[in-house]
Design a protein around this ligand. Structure first.
Ligand SMILES: *Cc1c(COP(=O)(O)O)cnc(C)c1O
Length: 389
């Protein structure tokens, strides 16, 4: 499907990547399980084009391509590549643009495994990473060197939720020929339009809101025609692959993402506003709140907020006390990941090297799910009472 002018996001979510006429009129693209893909003639074998055709299971089945088409349409990129996880989307995108002797700039608020990859893999191959203050904005220009190939952003930041001035960062990066890669997992293809804000490569943990039901690992890289082949080649070199069943789940999740996100946003606002009234809470880190330090940038650059935010408690609680609060929660479960329909809570421990994180109290990360907010409030209220009694 090509981009129809004037068609809105909800319509693209419902129609992107679908072609019932080529499949007996069946609404959803089928799951193709494949390794071998045969060609009837030598000429067709010799002329297969991996940038367009289905050539081998590892290079993507029609199920994968349907997901890629839909995500690219919604985010406004030219092409997308589905990969095995959100982390794989980051590692493949980063390693596509750097080589020995190069330098890259990564926000100090990045998702921790991104930092792991830079420090433990890229460093091993002679690529140097400098971490920068997420709030640096156009000041990033001072950190860009002649060998800086990539500026990596993530907004809002993992655990700490600072909103970066991405257009200003992108302008400075482009002036020096660096590519801007953004982890857009929080913003999703729906709420942060990367390609209108100067991003060259947008990476997603589709595991989160795109899949939306906590039952698959999936990543998507969205980019422009200018960078597509370079990333596609790197995807081939690394042997990364998104499994067809998981692509199907991603595509199915995408169909309802706009209604789910609206409800996550609404529920999260109710919970965040309620938390702000609590004596055990010092601050809520959620850019959708008007008094959040990132609110102005969020309002300028985002079209909505998801259900993930941070809470700084009034003081540092020891582990036993924190356990009294968290162990007894009935609706908020403790577990990695987010973006499913269910609520989650975890203590946070941001790792910083360019800046410091000195919050006045214990940091918690909440994912507000699709349960009724009054029930979630009752659960949290009982938990906060256990914290202080
Ligand atoms: C979860 C997450 C990832 C990694 O996604 P996986 O699918 O778990 O590999 C990347 N970035 C952010 C911001 C995340 O929250």
């Amino acid at each position: 499907m090509t981009k129809k002018s004037g068609v809105r996001d909800e319509t693209l979510l419902a129609s992107g990547g679908r072609d019932p006429e080529s499949n007996h009129g069946i609404v959803n693209p089928p799951v193709y399980h494949a390794s071998t893909v045969t060609r009837p003639t030598l000429a067709e074998w010799q002329n297969r084009d991996y940038t367009k055709d289905v050539v081998y299971g590892r290079m993507g089945t029609p199920t994968q391509k349907a997901l890629e088409e839909a995500v690219a349409l919604v985010e406004g990129g030219d092409r997308a590549i589905a990969v095995s996880s959100g982390l794989a989307s980051i590692t493949i995108a980063l390693s596509a643009f750097v080589e020995q002797g190069d330098h890259l700039l990564v926000t100090d608020s990045a998702y921790f495994p991104t930092r792991n990859f830079c420090n433990n893999v890229l460093a091993k191959y002679g690529v140097e990473t400098t971490y920068y203050d997420p709030l640096i904005g156009g000041g990033i220009a001072d950190l860009i060197r002649d060998n800086t190939k990539v500026v990596f952003t993530e907004a809002p930041g993992s655990q700490t939720f600072e909103v970066q001035d991405i257009p200003a960062i992108a302008e400075a990066a482009h002036a020096r020929g660096a590519v801007v890669i953004n982890d857009n997992t929080w913003g999703t293809p729906l709420y942060f339009k990367s390609f209108e804000r100067g991003i060259d490569v947008s990476v997603h943990a589709a595991t989160k809101y795109i899949v939306g039901h906590s039952d698959a690992m999936l990543g998507v890289i969205v980019t422009t025609d200018a960078h597509y082949e370079r990333i596609l080649n790197n995807f081939r070199y690394w042997g990364q692959h998104a499994a067809p069943d998981d692509c199907y789940l991603g595509l199915r999740g995408l169909r309802t993402m706009s209604v789910r996100l609206k409800q996550h946003h609404e529920n999260a606002l109710v919970i965040a506003n309620w938390l702000k009234t609590r004596p055990e809470v010092s601050r809520v880190l959620y850019p959708a709140l008007p008094d959040d330090p990132g609110h102005t940038l969020w309002k300028r650059d985002f079209e909505g907020a998801c259900g993930l935010f941070g809470v700084v408690l009034d003081k540092h609680y020891d582990e036993d006390t924190l356990a009294k609060m968290l162990d007894g929660l009935e609706l908020f479960a403790m577990g990695a990941s987010w973006g499913g329909y269910e609520s989650l809570i975890l203590p946070g421990k941001p790792v910083r090297t360019a800046t410091s994180w000195n919050a006045e109290g214990t940091l918690l990360r909440l994912h507000v799910g699709l349960e009724h907010p009054d029930d979630l409030i009752a659960d949290l209220e009982a938990g906060l009472q256990r914290l202080v009694t």
